[in-house]
Write a new protein. Structure first.
Length: 294
């Protein structure tokens, strides 16, 4: 099944990043921070519409108290998450500044801004510890003046037991993804596996009603992310195979560029993101490929 060209939510974002689910978002925040907020309206969800990856919106961004929280779920390991979050927080702060009357970035006084906190929720099939801190400085050749730290939490079922126990929606989401994988071993059919997992959710699960009422959307989100994972795995393997065959950096780079071009043609990547991955400007990428940004 081809990845849909329209921008779609991930299931994680649909559960924790929607206005009608702020109580679940609050539960997740409390579980991570050992806090005891009780009013979902304390959460101010923020929207970063420009952040699109593989055709899907994939951030959960909100302000509570004096903290700007950026959450992202990933089903593939990505050591470049600190750079991604640096881009996210820049856009989030721009929107924040625009929303505050009389905010003066040129003032002689410090203009207070929310403290940023970055969390990546990992639930891929590659091995990972309960917790890991990813740093932007790990990508530097030398010393730099900017540091970004991202806490990666393994939310596969059976990991971070205390965290999952403290947040029932997260625990049920984790169980749901694990159940889909188990069902696939039996049916070898991702669509049937999703439907079976929805039916098998415990009746007391706070997310079950949402899953049932939005079964078609949930099914589509799971299938789309499943396809995305396969695309990324194929891209990595293609890059490795080309590197081995060519034995030259140039050959591998060209192969990766061809893959990026193919992903843009399929509507999986935007031209701007593909150009960034190819270390080109948008105009250079358009000129070389003959493609045009929408």
């Amino acid at each position: 099944m081809a990845i849909n060209r329209e921008h779609k939510d991930r299931l994680f974002r649909a559960i924790f990043g929607r206005e009608e689910h702020k109580s679940w978002t609050l539960s997740l925040y409390n579980a991570i921070n050992n806090s005891d907020y009780t009013n979902p309206d304390d959460i101010q969800l923020t929207v970063i519409e420009d952040v699109i990856y593989m055709g899907m919106k994939n951030d959960v961004s909100f302000i509570i108290g004096d903290t700007l929280n950026l959450y992202e779920q990933q089903s593939s390991k990505n050591p470049n998450m600190p750079l991604r979050f640096l881009e996210y927080v820049g856009m989030a702060y721009s929107k924040y500044v625009e929303s505050i009357p009389y905010f003066n970035i040129y003032s002689s006084k410090v203009q207070k801004i929310p403290t940023p906190k970055f969390i990546c929720f990992y639930n891929g099939t590659e091995g990972a510890s309960d917790k890991e801190v990813l740093k932007l400085s790990d990508a530097y050749d030398g010393e730099g003046d900017v540091e970004v730290k991202v806490l990666m939490l393994n939310i596969n079922y059976g990991y971070n037991a205390k965290l999952l126990e403290a947040c029932r929606p997260l625990s049920d989401y984790s169980w749901f993804i694990a159940k889909i994988r188990d069902n696939q071993k039996i049916t070898n059919d991702i669509e049937k596996s999703v439907d079976m997992a929805i039916e098998e959710l415990d009746e007391t699960s706070p997310i079950k009603e949402f899953m049932i009422q939005n079964k078609a959307e949930v099914r589509h989100m799971c299938i789309t992310e499943y396809d995305e994972t396969k695309v990324l795995a194929a891209e990595r393997e293609e890059g490795r195979a080309e590197g081995r065959a060519e034995g030259r950096a140039e050959g591998r780079a060209e192969g990766v560029f061809d893959t990026l071009t193919d992903l843009v043609k399929k509507g999986i990547l935007s031209i701007s993101l593909a150009a960034q991955q190819a270390n080109m400007s948008v105009s250079e990428f358009e000129l070389k490929t003959g493609l045009k940004a929408n």
